[in-house]
Design a protein around this ligand. Sequence first.
Ligand code: XUL
Length: 516
Amino acid sequence: MPTVLGLDSSTQSISAVILDTGSGELLAEGSVNFGNDLPHYGQPSGYDPSGARGEVHSNPLMWLEALDLLLGGMRADGVDFSTISALSGSGQQHGSVYLASCFGEKLNSLDPKKDLKDQLAGCLTRKSAPIWMDSSTSVECSEVASAVGGDDVVCAKSGSIAVERFTGSQIRKFAKTEPEAYAETGVIHLVSSFFASIMAGKNVAIDHGDGAGMNLMNLASGDWDADLLAATAEGLAEKLPPVAPSATRSGPISFYFVEKYGFAPDCETVIWSGDNPCSLVGMGAARPGKVVISLGTSDTLFAAMPEARTDPQGFGHAFGNPVGGYMSLICFKNGSLAREAVKKEFGLEWSAFEKKALAETPLGNDGFMMLPFYEPEITPRLDTGGPVFSEEGSHRAAQVVRAVLEGQFLNMRLHYGWLGIEPTRIAITGGASANDGIAQVIANVFGVPVDRLDVPGSAAIGAGMRAAHAIGGDLESLEGQFSQVQAGSTIEPEVGAKEVYDAMLPKFKAFLDAKA
Ligand code: XUL
């Protein structure tokens, strides 16, 4: 049974897991944090903090240095990469990398004695990569939507209305503001396909999962949509790699990794996908039935869908499901962003979000509510200029901790109805999912049990499972090995909680609507 590698290039770090699909064991893991391990880029949270007017960009050279550092560090720790039969990866969604036409040839002739960053720096036609946190392209979104006949058309074609962080409007902005650099660009990759190309030593396809997060792919045909491309930027069709099913194999690993890190020359590479599609697989939710909440920098709620559905309000998205069919995704930008802001403001530890500390305040917080939007929110699209409280004055830390959590999950409850799914259980993942207090608030607000899975980093695990699946592994047995509910981790809703939050939901909606 093969050993596989799953990589995950996320907002703040790049990490790896090695899975033994024979024993079901996690053989090794490693991670490089951009802020802590590569402080010389001045991007402590993985992006340039000085971006103005909603611009959030990262340095692709930092990502490349991190990949070399990760693999070099794991090898120095004794990891034997020669046993790996296949690899795939996960990338933060929507981010884009702009490269000259020579990129493909350069990948084919990388010198293992030098590093990736120095050899590929000359291929960048844009020094920075806009990432999913960018909200600077409202004008471009309107332009694309009106060129094709309105947001309903964009949504029916691509699975989402024109969205600021999605790649299409970002490409349009680049073509408008830096036309010469755009003209020099031979290929535009997503974070996922950029890394997948590096691993394969040639330009490879964008997968249906991540491709759907661009407002450029036609969800029904699974190919680029000529009208959306034409509305986005001139000559775009020639600059995009093809789109392909997520299980597409892209040939043996690049010589660079064989020579430098000891990979086997016949290690198969599989195209990468986005972090949410990979997490869907890692959480054992790729077949319809399970609703997942991922608690990261942003929080997301996702589920496999038997058929494509779109959100009439325009906040949620339909993406390709990496194992076939579709998935829904709703992204709430103020996830850990908001929890961390509260923690910092009151000088708290994470223990203040645990069950014991939450017990200091009643379910429903005596009616005290918060719109926890420290950054302009995506779902709903709303810039409140910071958090908003239902009552003026000073508040105790414990009240605000409960308010931020209740606000986040009531907001989720208000916005997932279009999926047409009434969850009977919710699986949670991501850094904050280990916190029992946060898990308890989710169980209470939704009124269903919440499970934690035995997976540390579902995106990387999902990427590894996708690699195994693409070379013939059985999905159900992979789920049995890597996506099991952690024994004793389930949190049941507290008695009476459902009634409290059913009554609170319309009040929260009115509070939110008043600010919209
Ligand atoms: C999803 C989204 C985020 C990023 C985070 O649409 O923007 O979840 O994928 O990495």
